[in-house]
Design a protein around this ligand. Structure first.
Ligand SMILES: [Zn+2]
Length: 369
């Protein structure tokens, strides 16, 4: 296996997706194989299936030192046109804080999320929530937007098309999504946000710099979007300068999912490590997972960043945002949350709550409590 490991220690992978709890040992194997100390499980809720967040709470309960949990919001009430009741976004947030979550994960702002729930983040539905997150200083990992080529059928990569990530005239535009974020940040300038995938500004570092200068509490993570690596390899000297100047605003992440094989995870993390640390010129290796595309035309130029910059990107920045240590989980509250999520799923899908991942997790947590 073509392994590229980091020379640094204490690395936190700030963007990982946990699947079924059956992958518990597997995700621990992945973490060992890629040499990370901790991961942040970004936990988008699937209200219909009662999954997404419960598995992450389970991992935090079982391995309190190893996992931060960024909890997604449950929009079951909106999605069911009020048929199912869910707590207000503010009470969901307060619940996450009380139970020991470390932050919020949002995907409201990816065009596919807008297709499912067409409520802009500037809507009154989110107003009290934004105010409360800002007041608490609770960090958010937020996926807004997508690469510009996803709006252009001629440029849409095959792997993205397969995921249903091609957008047309009936979809929200890239600039509209940015404008909505600008409006939220104008109202709430203290929000501590890590925008996933470099906020899809990797093709325009001038604009990225303008955004950072205008929003001192904004950060970007380095999860591929493989186009990010290709875009920023066009002018490695300018990219390197950007990374050194904004070293406090950039956060390492891989977007590894617990369904990835260990080999895929090693490739995925290794590509980012090698890009940040080496002076190599290289391509995506054969064997990388399909979201990294075919090893076709993309060339990556290593940035050979200084160690103090790497240290901030690998752990210093996320520690400042989410704490040096993950917060301890209140297992009783986590059981309550999972039970509620299971009931919402039953209301939305007629699947018995007992058959949801949420209630399976609740039962496992009861055994631990
Ligand atoms: Zn992700």
């Amino acid at each position: 296996m073509n392994m590229w490991q980091s020379k640094m220690t204490g690395i936190v992978d700030a963007h990982v997706h946990m699947g079924a709890i059956a992958t518990e040992d597997h995700i621990l194997d992945i973490n060992r194989a890629i040499g990370v100390k901790r991961t942040a499980l970004v936990s988008i809720q699937d209200p219909t299936h009662g999954s997404g967040l419960p598995q992450s709470l389970y991992m935090k309960a079982r391995h309190p030192e190893a996992f931060y949990v960024f909890a997604g919001l449950n929009h079951g009430e909106k999605l069911s046109d009020g048929r199912v009741r869910t707590p207000s976004l503010v009470s969901q947030l307060d619940g996450f804080v009380a139970m020991g979550c470390d932050g919020i994960k949002m995907i409201e702002g990816k065009p596919t999320s807008r297709q499912v729930m067409d409520i802009p983040v500037t809507d009154a539905y989110f107003a009290d929530y934004w105010a409360r997150v800002e007041e608490l200083g609770f960090p958010i990992v937020w996926h807004v937007n997508d690469p510009e080529e996803f709006w252009n059928p001629k440029l849409l990569p095959a792997w993205a098309q397969k995921q249903g990530w091609g957008y047309g005239p009936s979809d929200v535009t890239k600039e509209q999504l940015y404008a909505e974020v600008d409006e939220v940040l104008a109202r709430h300038p203290q929000l501590r946000i890590v925008f996933a995938h470099f906020y899809f500004l990797s093709a325009d570092l001038t604009r990225a710099a303008r955004f950072f200068d205008a929003h001192p509490t904004a950060h970007f993570d380095l999860t591929p979007g493989v186009e990010m690596l290709f875009n920023m390899s066009r002018d490695p000297a300018a990219t390197r300068e950007f990374f050194i100047k904004y070293a406090d605003r950039i956060v390492f992440g891989t977007d590894i999912a617990s369904r990835n094989t260990v080999a895929e995870a090693v490739f995925r993390a290794g590509i980012v490590y090698r890009w940040l640390e080496s002076e190599d010129t290289f391509r995506i290796p054969e064997g990388a997972d399909f979201l990294l595309g075919q090893p076709e035309d993309g060339i990556i130029h290593g940035l050979s960043l200084p160690d103090d910059v790497l240290a901030r990107i690998y752990h210093g920045n996320i520690a400042r945002l989410a704490g040096e240590q993950p917060r301890p989980l209140d297992i009783g509250r986590a059981i309550g949350e999972c039970t509620r999520i299971g009931a919402i799923a039953q209301g939305m899908s007629n699947t018995p709550a007992e058959d949801t991942e949420a209630v399976r997790v609740a039962r496992k947590l009861e055994a631990l409590a």
